[in-house]
Design a protein around this ligand. Structure first.
Ligand code: GDP
Length: 196
């Protein structure tokens, strides 16, 4: 699977407006600022696939990309902005949970967390929804270049241990868009998931 062949398909304001629920989808999610846009750009080797500057509080769109016919990448809105009004936060959460639980073509969730602040409440909530829906889960501990190799390894191990409660389908990898850490491994894992 060639991730460089990615192209934009459409944006949707919510899951009701997504295109046909067929083929295989893998969704990317995470707290805002976790490094999701950078990771998507690194994996697809694009400079601006996902825009890296966003305005907090604005309605965020679900962006769909296609790698091959029927194989899609889904960029879900970042969550956890402090400034967002509560009713909007709750709406996003309802929308995310609905998507994770109802979308037939959804095979896996890639959940991005800053390696220095992993497993916040909303991350745990996402893990719970995804595991309840029997999705494969890949936790990417982003900005791994911010830690030295020793501490980095420790965090990966801690997060692996802490996520065993979500079942056997949880994988945890250190990742850095900046230094290319984990890019090959993640590409390999996702290619496999798109084939199966
Ligand atoms: P998003 O909100 O999850 O899409 O996050 P972005 O990709 O926009 O990144 C948020 C911030 O983290 C930006 O200032 C990036 O430059 C920075 N960032 C993203 N990835 C990395 C990385 O691998 N290493 C470092 N050091 N900073 C990163």
């Amino acid at each position: 699977l060639n991730f460089r062949k990615v192209h934009f398909v459409t944006s949707a304001p919510d899951i009701r407006h997504l295109p046909n629920d067929g083929g295989i989808e893998i969704a990317f999610a995470g707290r805002s600022n976790a490094g999701k846009s950078s990771a998507l750009n690194a994996l697809t080797q694009q400079r601006q696939l996902a825009r890296t500057s966003k305005t907090p509080g604005r309605t965020q769109l679900i962006n769909l990309f296609e790698l091959e016919p029927g194989k899609r990448l889904v960029d879900l809105p970042g969550y956890g902005y402090a400034q967002v009004p509560l009713d909007m936060k709750l709406k996003w959460q309802a929308s995310l949970s609905e998507y994770l639980q109802r979308r037939e073509s959804l095979r896996a969730l890639v959940l991005l967390m800053d390696i220095r602040h992993p497993l916040k409440d909303l991350d745990l909530q996402m893990l719970e929804w995804a595991s309840n829906s029997d999705l494969k889960i890949l936790v990417l501990l982003t900005k791994a270049d911010k830690l030295n190799p020793g501490p980095r390894k420790n965090v990966v191990q801690q997060v692996r241990k802490a996520t065993t409660v979500f079942g056997d389908n949880v994988f945890v990898e250190a990742f850095s868009s900046l230094k290319g850490i984990g890019v090959e491994e993640v590409t390999r894992i996702l290619s496999e998931w798109y084939q199966s």
